[in-house]
Design a protein around this ligand. Structure first.
Ligand code: FAD
Length: 384
């Protein structure tokens, strides 16, 4: 079989196909180098602080896999469980966060609602003055959440898969999908044709392009999502902090740089690069909550291609083509799904049906009206 996409999801799928199911006759085809897509471009945050049960259970399964992944892969993915803290700025956000926090606790997932005294202790640099444009009223924290070194995830899964006999082919772009009798029988690539009995697609923001090659459409849009990193400084920020007044989040990497992210570019694009208007938006928002960082220099900024689904929930499993399976629609947040996505897609392929955990993520939910609308219930209560 062939997996298209040498990002975290494709490599994890190949790894678990070999490890959990003994399926080793697998080639992972990657048009660039492994991790050159969103896997190497994201802001590393992993969490399971969702409201809807289907998402909460899936991401909690993923968080549990992250907690033991370094041992499992024998490769240090540098998981720092420093917590993810959502700042809240009005009564509505406080209500929504306490509802989400309670839902999480009922599902056995940790969460804590924080008041201003707690926030003063957790985040000494946070501007808590009531004269702020969006004064902070409280916060919701998931302490088991945190950050993981993203390159290490690509390298760890790739090494693990390779040791189990998987072929990883870099600089190999899939350009066409050949079919017969409603099934994939082969692929054309920039390195030549390859036969294929089963196909898994894990290409994030390029999903629409691959679906078009296979003759169907997906309810996803590709947008650029950007990130920014400052020069390194001494430790000043422990948890990942999301700002509910605008769309901005910030954390500090192990090297000391402050890593910041924000909203999508508001138009469809396949450009993997950043731009100055979004830099201004994100950095202005960061200054509203942490004015003390204003004199830091931005070292780099970049963009990745997100695959935005219509209900902010992933799409996994079967497609209109019999032996073509897909994982897509991860929006802003698919890095944290990497091990669970690989685990469950491998299970789906090995058993020719999705496990219960991802059944709600089926592509045909949009026809059946069973959308999982997580919009507005995540860490950014005023937006997606
Ligand atoms: C700036 C930014 C910040 C983010 N922050 C977070 C975060 O903090 N937490 C979180 O959980 N998620 C985050 N995400 C989202 C997350 O990065 C993605 O959802 C996730 O990494 C997707 O993984 P993937 O393996 O599906 O995709 P990718 O890593 O993009 O891998 C897909 C691969 O497919 C390859 N490919 C595409 N087309 C072809 C083809 N025709 N032939 C061969 N290969 C092909 C690409 O080159 C690419 O390497 C962020 C994304 C961005 C852009």
């Amino acid at each position: 079989m062939v997996v298209i996409g040498g990002g975290g999801h494709g490599l994890a799928t190949a790894y678990y196909l070999a490890k959990n199911h003994g399926i080793r006759d697998v080639a992972v085809l990657e048009k660039g180098w492994i991790g050159s897509g969103n896997t190497g471009r994201n802001t590393m945050t992993v969490r399971s602080n969702y409201l809807l049960d289907e998402n909460a259970q899936f991401y909690e399964f993923s968080l549990k896999l992250w907690e033991t992944l370094s041992q499992d892969l024998n490769f240090n993915v540098m998981f720092g469980q420093r917590g993810v803290l959502n700042l809240l700025h009005n009564d509505h956000q406080m209500d929504a966060a306490s509802q989400r926090g309670n839902a999480m606790r009922l599902s056995g997932i940790d969460s804590e609602l924080l008041d201003l005294d707690d926030l003063r202790r957790e985040l000494p640099l946070l501007d808590l003055r009531p004269c702020q444009r969006y004064p902070v009223m409280g916060g919701l924290i998931q302490r088991r959440a945190g950050i993981i070194r993203h390159d290490a995830v690509a390298w760890g899964f790739a090494r693990g898969a390779s040791e189990l006999g998987i072929d990883i082919v870099e600089n190999c772009e899939v350009t066409a999908i050949r079919q017969a009798g409603g099934k994939v029988v082969g692929l054309d690539t920039t390195l030549g044709p390859i036969d294929c009995g089963t196909l898994a697609v894990a290409v994030a923001g390029n999903s629409g392009r691959i679906a078009a090659m296979a003759g169907f459409r997906l309810p996803v849009e590709s947008h650029v999502l950007q990130a920014f990193v400052t020069e390194p400084i001494k430790p000043i920020l422990d948890p990942v902090v999301t700002y509910g007044g605008a769309h901005m989040y910030i954390c500090q990497s192990d090297k000391g740089g402050l890593v910041l992210g924000g909203d999508l570019d508001g138009y469809n694009s396949y450009a993997q690069k950043g731009n100055l208007p979004m830099a201004e938006t994100v950095l202005t928002a960061a200054m509203q909550v942490f004015p003390a960082i204003g004199r830091l220099r931005i070292l780099r900024y970049w963009g990745g291609l997100t695959d935005m689904s219509m209900d902010s929930t992933a799409i996994m499993g079967a497609t209109p083509v019999q032996n073509l399976w897909i994982t897509t629609g991860w929006c802003y947040g698919g890095f944290k799904a990497t091990p669970a996505s690989g685990w469950t897609l491998a299970d789906t392929i090995a058993n020719n049906r999705p496990p219960d955990l991802i059944r709600p993520f089926a592509l045909d939910r949009f026809e059946r009206g069973y959308e999982l609308d997580e919009t507005g219930t995540g860490p950014y209560p005023n937006r997606h």
